[in-house]
Ligand binder design. Structure first.
Ligand code: SF4
Length: 406
């Protein structure tokens, strides 16, 4: 196993960097042993931050990865967005401390200047980041005796810049709400909210909220499964719980059959949702987001050039395609043949379908605070240049249920 990249900026357990998850579920606990993909994302994020620092300070950066030039281009874009605000007293990697705040927390703001805080994000849009920045803003405003601050989220891969203003009172209210919900979740297991982050939560195996949320979905999957795939259950098979599916072989097998059936159904549902969104029809709770550069060559131009460049070269350069879309094409050309499941792999898509939630407004309440900003690095402009190796995950295949459970 590859060695986990170390985070060069260790955070307090209550640091605002956790608030991104806690506004979704205050009980979320980060997995200790992260998978290869998570480690690769963390490492890439660290490199992107080093590049942004170099782009702002003019210090050279050592990075020999294959995607170094992409990261550098993104860092230059982010630096340009920061400089466009013509900030004074620009500082990078600013550690924020709140020693007298109960409970204590500290974190690191990527870049600050008079009246501004910027945070670089290399992944996809997440409205939870606004809570994280509220925590940073609170610390900065308290230290600088300001009543409001302008916050910036820089999504470097899709070159999206979000900017908004937050008052001290609003930031304090967000901090209080997040930390109070966290305390209730840890002390009393209250306020847990199952959702897509459960898959990355260390408590998923024993979480009552997740078990309750998963039960109807599992039941629905069993209902939707073809009759021949429905397991023959022995008498006395009990209800599925998140605990039993990770400790009892019979329960685990029943759950996985249902889950696999749900995967197939979810793939078809996702293809439908994607088509609706591409046609401009809204689907509540979802949107399509670009995962890379916003400029692109339209499909009709690719088709026009394919005969000259070579379809194989174009497809190899472009990468794979969503399984549901490929299955659809396969079925059109080979209507009598079964789709070969062994050709599918897990990995990144080109356009990501994201669940989105309407933003809630927060009520403002005052909170007494005191804090310190420590050792900021002063700035000013740069050079170029690193890689992510991704291991292909092993796949789990379905087999005849009768042979397993009868
Ligand atoms: S598994 Fe439970 S505690 Fe973890 S994120 Fe999901 S609902 Fe929250």
């Amino acid at each position: 196993m590859a060695k986990a990249p170390s985070d060069p900026r260790p955070h307090h357990p209550l640091s605002p960097s956790n608030w991104t998850k806690w506004v979704k579920c205050p009980g979320f606990e980060k997995l200790r042993d992260e998978d290869e993909a998570s480690r690769a994302r963390l490492e890439r994020g660290n490199r992107a931050h080093r590049m942004l620092e170099a782009a702002l300070t003019g210090e050279p950066v050592q990075d020999s990865g294959e995607d170094a030039c992409d990261l550098w281009e993104q860092a230059e874009w982010a630096a340009g967005e920061i400089m466009r605000s013509a900030p004074c007293n620009l500082r990078v990697e600013v550690q924020l401390k709140m020693p007298d705040y109960a409970p204590k927390y500290f974190g690191y703001a990527d870049v600050t200047a008079d009246g501004h805080v910027w945070d670089l994000k290399t992944g996809y849009f997440d409205d939870g980041y606004r809570a994280q920045l509220a925590g940073y803003a609170l610390a900065v405003m308290d230290f600088e005796m300001r009543s409001e601050l302008t916050l910036h989220l820089l999504y470097s891969e899709c070159q999206r810049h979000e900017e908004w203003t937050l008052t001290y009172v609003e930031a304090a209210a967000i901090a209080r709400d997040v930390l109070a919900a966290r305390a209730a979740a840890v002390e009393k297991r209250e306020g847990l909210v199952a959702g897509e982050i459960c898959g990355r939560c260390a408590l998923a195996g024993t979480c009552p909220a997740l078990a309750a949320a998963a039960a109807p979905a599992v039941e629905a999957a069993v209902e939707l499964m073809p009759a021949e795939d429905v397991p023959h259950l022995p008498a006395g098979a009990g209800p599925l719980t998140s605990e039993s599916v990770t400790s009892d072989p019979l329960a685990a097998g029943r759950f996985l059959f249902a889950f696999k059936a749900m995967e197939d159904i979810a793939g078809r549902a996702e293809a439908f949702v994607r088509a609706e969104l591409l046609d401009g029809r809204p689907v509540p709770g979802f949107e399509l987001q670009n995962g890379s550069s916003p400029s692109y060559v339209p499909a009709e131009e690719v088709v026009r050039w394919a005969s000259s460049i070579g379809a194989d070269r174009i497809i190899t350069a472009y990468g794979g395609m969503p399984v549901a879309s490929f299955k659809k094409l396969y079925a059109q050309v080979f209507p009598d043949k079964e789709f070969p499941p062994a050709i599918t792999h897990q990995g990144k898509g080109f356009k990501r379908l994201c669940r989105v939630k309407p933003r809630k407004s927060k009520k403002a309440k005052a909170l007494p605070l005191s804090l310190q900003l420590s050792e900021p690095t002063n700035i000013h402009n740069p050079t170029c240049p690193a890689t992510i190796l991704q291991e292909k995950p092993r796949t789990l295949s379905r087999c005849n249920p009768a042979s397993t459970f009868s």
